[in-house]
Design a binder for this molecule. Sequence first.
Ligand code: OSB
Ligand code: MG
Length: 353
Amino acid sequence: MAVTIRDIHLKTVRQPLRSPFKAVLQQVEEREIILVSVTGDVGDVGYGECVAFETPWYTEETITSCRFVLEQVLVPLLMNKTIGSPQEVWNLFAAVKGNRMAKAAIEMAVWDLFAKQQGEPLWKFIGGSPQPISAGIVVAADPLKIEEQVALAAQSGYRRVKIKIHPDMEVALLKSVIAAFPELQFFADANGSFQKDSFNRLQAFDEVDFALIEQPFGEREWALHAQAKKELKTKICLDESIACLEDVQQMIDQQAGDIVVLKMSRLGGWTEALKVVRLCQTHSIGMWVGGMIEFGVSKAHNLALASLPGIVYPGDFSASQHFWEKDIIDPEITVENGNILLSNRPGIGYRVV
Ligand code: OSB
Ligand code: MG
């Protein structure tokens, strides 16, 4: 099957979050994304979502740098091209360095388009299985509000809760929260806030009994992560460190982590994400799909990704209503008994509104 790209459209979507998201590095109150739509010669439309932030606190890219690169560089490279498979998009963009979040947005739209032209749901198109996807929610709030938010999550049916941590946080408080909810699985995400001289603080968090600690140290701190993997009983999971396939190989070679957080946007799209999944499967590295405080288009792609074998841990998959008054997809994503059901409709399986 070959598809000729006839139209590419970028649309900015801006919405306040229902409540502020407080991480160590940044407080997010409002979100701006770029919705990318790609039309093929048969008339089907594929959608992608650019989830870079307004400032470069999570990755080096910003929504403004992405808009520039999309408009001035990537759209012209793809426009009117005839491609035989969505993997070819990566090659078309080969001369463009970095800018993976911008590339991902447009590449994801092409994968959606191909799945739609094939008449298949995206999860099936990439070789996944139609299992219910385990939901997971993130608590990014003031320490005194953590317990209340965890209780709300449990009431809403979530069975996995990720708590944002940093070295100055009180370990006793976290211990008591976790002890109060034995039915829940807890992850911790440090977003790289620990340093060499706070290694002993990290050891204190090892006593909390988290299922894993995500990104304790900075993104290039392979040796510190290897030391953490060796000395802590809690599993070490890498998010910001994994910007490409080679970083996963680095993690394996240096024994710098047990688990990889898959983020299609950070990796540059489906093609690279699928390579990462294959490498992790080969080396029995645990995986789960991370969130970006994103809207439904990005979430739908990520849900399809989570249908692949080997993605065993619950991802950052919350209901549309968790962050948004109104999502950009119809129907919205809902969580039932701790799960999200995959759509059986072609492509991402949701109508974009
Ligand atoms: O570090 O995982 C992260 C959100 C934005 C940027 C980085 C991260 C996050 C989250 C996930 O923690 C939030 C979500 O559920 O979307
Ligand atoms: Mg993270």
